[in-house]
Design a protein around this ligand. Structure first.
Ligand code: SAH
Ligand code: SF4
Length: 410
């Protein structure tokens, strides 16, 4: 979502004749820092970045931290040039010119008018905000209430992207499964969007497990353009902790949903988020999470250490798992997941997939990057002419970080 917001700001700036994008920080007059508040660590990094640049540059802080910490920011950095809240991205051009504080209460809908350049893959927000109030999470406070965009508007935006050569879109929402445009639910939206000519692939995230329906699974199973990948954050394997988190599903219900997805969609990949060190998480609770990760065998997992977020319900529960213990739990799940991902990926060697080539390899000359529908990342030999096309590729070798080396087959 943050990347999408940065894209929106960048598109406005690039169309404004008054501005030019600098090659690096040293050459810039103004630096816009788009921020995240989901974890304390992200905020600390942003603070130290601002500290490094505030003396020489006009620094603008945008996004979730601007929304939630404007007083602290102003106090710590009186020289800050401007602050742009999550509902003010659309005004970035004007804000660069005049500076100042621009936030408004996180409610209503902000403009999602993105004018963008040619892209093979693009993000599209189909909704904003969140109503779930998981007890640890700051998102509902910085992004406001959940609000779905209309299907007509979303389809129009995708049709425009298709005209510029875009082949893959990722539909974004904090919980896409609760999409609702006057009774049109998420599976119905997907069935509408598969008809957009030129778009070859549609992805979506994030799916909240409590709202994942059979209807969605069946829809994904029956349309080729819908990518066979679910990002389904589980957070914990302990029923007690899930309840304290206000996630509204049990570990068993979660397991059953994953089984159903796998039964109905062969070759599907399932990824997750895990949160360790939630207040009161005992060793026994943690072991339930480890057991779940071991049993389910996710394709990949993002693992986070809990940090207290101001204003959330969990703030009142304290933060009683010591930092050292949180780190141990984090590393335990990381190691476990690494082995699982390796095992899964090794079994895929030799398989042939239709892949979308979307960019140059950032490190290796003569190589390009591609993805499979089920979200595996593959390096293949080739030059930039291949970007923006689909190829049949055989997975020949595993590579670091769950990626592969592949070979184009006829
Ligand atoms: N809407 C998405 C998640 C958005 S936040 C969903 O419901 O899954 C992305 C991830 O950040 C969450 O899945 C959670 O694992 C993590 N996260 C959220 N709040 C956190 C906190 N206070 N401390 C650490 N990690 C957190
Ligand atoms: Fe946060 Fe829960 Fe909403 Fe996800 S669903 S954004 S974790 S409150």
């Amino acid at each position: 979502m943050n990347e999408y917001d940065s894209e929106r700001m960048a598109s406005i700036i690039s169309e404004d004749a008054g501005f030019e994008t600098a090659r690096d920080e040293a050459g810039a007059d103004v630096i816009i820092l788009n921020t995240c508040s989901v974890r304390k660590h992200a905020e600390e990094r942003a603070m130290s970045y601002i500290g490094r640049h505030i003396k020489d540059k006009k620094v603008i802080v945008a996004g979730c931290m601007a929304q939630s910490m404007k007083k602290e920011l102003k106090k710590q950095f009186p020289r800050l040039y401007a602050i742009v809240g999550t509902f003010k991205f659309g005004e970035i051009g004007e804000i660069i010119r005049k500076g100042g504080i621009h936030t408004e209460e996180a409610k209503g809908v902000y403009s999602v008018d993105v004018r963008r350049g040619k892209k093979v893959r693009a993000f599209i927000a189909i909704m904003q905000g969140c109503d779930n109030f998981c007890s640890y999470c700051i998102v509902p406070f910085v992004r406001g209430r959940e609000k779905s965009r209309t299907a007509v508007e979303i389809k129009k935006e995708i049709m425009e992207l298709a005209k510029t050569g875009c082949l893959e879109v990722t539909l974004l929402g904090q919980n896409v499964n609760s999409y609702n445009d006057n009774g049109m639910n998420f599976p119905a939206l997907l069935r509408e969007l598969v008809n957009v000519e030129g778009i070859e692939r549609i992805r979506f995230m994030t799916s909240h497990p409590k709202d994942l329906t059979d209807g969605l699974i069946d829809t994904v199973a029956s349309h080729e353009k819908l990518c066979k990948h679910f990002h389904l954050p589980v957070q914990s394997g302990s029923g007690r902790i899930l309840e304290l988190m206000n996630r509204k599903y049990t570990a068993d219900e979660y397991r059953q949903k994953v089984s159903k997805i796998r039964e109905r969609i062969p070759g599907v990949s399932v990824t997750t988020d895990v949160l360790v060190g939630f207040p009161g998480e005992t060793e026994a609770d943690f072991m339930e999470t480890a057991d779940l990760v071991r049993d389910i065998m996710f394709d990949d997992a993002y693992i986070f250490k809990y940090s207290v977020r101001p204003g959330t319900k969990a703030e009142s529960l304290g933060d009683d798992v010591p930092e050292k213990e949180k780190l141990r739990r984090l590393n335990y799940i990381l190691d476990l997941q690494k082995k699982i991902s390796e095992d899964i990926n090794n079994k895929l060697l030799g398989n042939v997939y239709k892949v979308l080539c979307y960019g140059k390899s950032p490190k290796n000359k003569g190589e390009v990057l591609a993805t499979t529908g089920n979200n595996k990342k593959i390096y293949i030999k080739g030059e930039k002419e291949m970007i923006g096309a689909l190829f049949m590729v055989k997975l020949v070798e595993p590579r670091g970080g769950g990626t592969f080396t592949g070979e184009v087959v006829k």
